[in-house]
Design a protein around this ligand. Structure first.
Ligand code: TRP
Length: 334
């Protein structure tokens, strides 16, 4: 595909703790496969992260850990742009401008805002409220064609499109209108202890509910061994067997098979043997990532250079869009 005709993919992840197997199979693993066909831009959304209270030293560490992990899983800082959101001031600038083109009523309808306000009711700040506007700025600055996101971000993508269309209707074609892309395979990995809810720390108090990419390999084996199943002894991919279906989904996602293929492969297995096989497959996938992560973490100057180059490349593109926008709204341009 020629350089010019390549579409732009943009996505971002918040540095809010270590990524889980769910984050990996639902997002990161798919991102790395896009690099040859698209111009990929991935950011660490640390400006979104401060909408809830953070410990500064810890946030800085998690931000760096996440960019290191991005590279360890195979995002390529030469082919892709990987950067920190806070390094590109155009995000904050465009976000302010777009705030003036976004209605309170629209933001009031956001289900994530409602959920987060309930959870952090001691700190319902206006950043939490205008969070989708910053996300729209992220996407629109890069004239993005496609945004791979999870189901939970669908509403934010819709509002981004609405804001962009509204702006374009007033000022002409300034922004590309982005499409969402919700991957089919492995899009939703459920908790190991609570397999009817997505794999997330907040969905269960049980430490065994979530596998983290940087978990010790033996711990991963044990978490899978202890995962909740059902009282039958039949490996079947079906709605009434959420635990077994989730394991089949996980196995399928790490091996590149469909859950139905996996089901056939394990027909006649007992649950114990099946879990061992799933654990082995997961470990096979994660082990090289952990090794690479360790190696990269020790290479301070390399990671520093990735961060610096990423910020420069991202700023260059973002500032082009920002300049157009400033001109359109009537700010003096030099
Ligand atoms: N809000 C997203 C999340 O929590 C992260 C994010 C920030 C994002 N900016 C984005 C995702 C732009 C896609 C595009 O998952």
């Amino acid at each position: 595909m020629s350089e010019e005709s390549r579409k732009v993919i943009y996505s971002a992840m918040q540095p809010s703790g270590h990524p889980s197997l769910g984050n990996y199979l639902g997002a990161l693993k798919n991102w790395k496969d896009l690099k040859n066909d698209f111009d990929c831009i991935f950011s660490i959304a640390n400006m979104h992260a401060i909408t809830v209270r953070q410990d500064s030293a810890n946030l800085r560490k998690k931000t760096r850990d996440l960019i290191t992990l991005f590279i360890a899983i195979g995002l390529d800082p030469e082919k892709n742009i990987i950067y920190y959101q806070s390094d590109v001031s155009a995000h904050a600038e465009l976000s302010w401008i777009l705030n003036c083109f976004t209605y309170m009523g629209e933001l009031n309808r956001m289900t994530q805002f409602k959920e987060k306000s309930l959870k952090h009711n001691e700190n319902i700040n206006s950043g939490l409220f205008t969070y989708p506007v910053l996300m729209a700025a992220d996407i629109l600055l890069y004239q993005t064609d496609v945004v791979p996101v999870g189901e939970d971000q669908r509403q934010h993508l819709e509002i981004c499109r609405d804001i962009a269309e509204r702006f374009n209707n007033i000022y002409g074609e300034v922004f590309k209108i982005p499409e969402g892309y919700i991957p089919k395979v492995g899009a939703k990995i459920m908790g190991l202890q609570n397999p009817t809810k997505k794999m997330s720390k907040s969905e269960s108090d049980n430490d065994n509910n979530v596998i983290y990419l940087l978990d010790d390999l033996n711990l991963i084996r044990n978490k899978i061994k202890r995962s909740v199943t059902d009282s039958e002894n039949e490996i079947r991919f079906s709605e009434d067997k959420p635990g077994i279906s989730n394991l089949l989904n996980i196995y399928g996602a790490v091996t590149g098979k469909t859950p139905q293929d996996a089901e056939r492969e394990f027909s006649g297995y007992g649950y114990g043997k099946f879990k061992e096989a799933v654990a082995e497959a997961v470990i096979n996938e994660i082990k090289p990532i952990q090794e690479k992560y360790k190696e990269l973490s020790a290479d301070k100057s390399y990671i520093d250079s990735v961060i610096k180059n990423g910020a420069e490349k991202a700023s260059y593109i973002a500032n082009k869009t920002l300049k157009k926008v400033k001109k359109k709204v009537g700010f003096p341009i030099f």
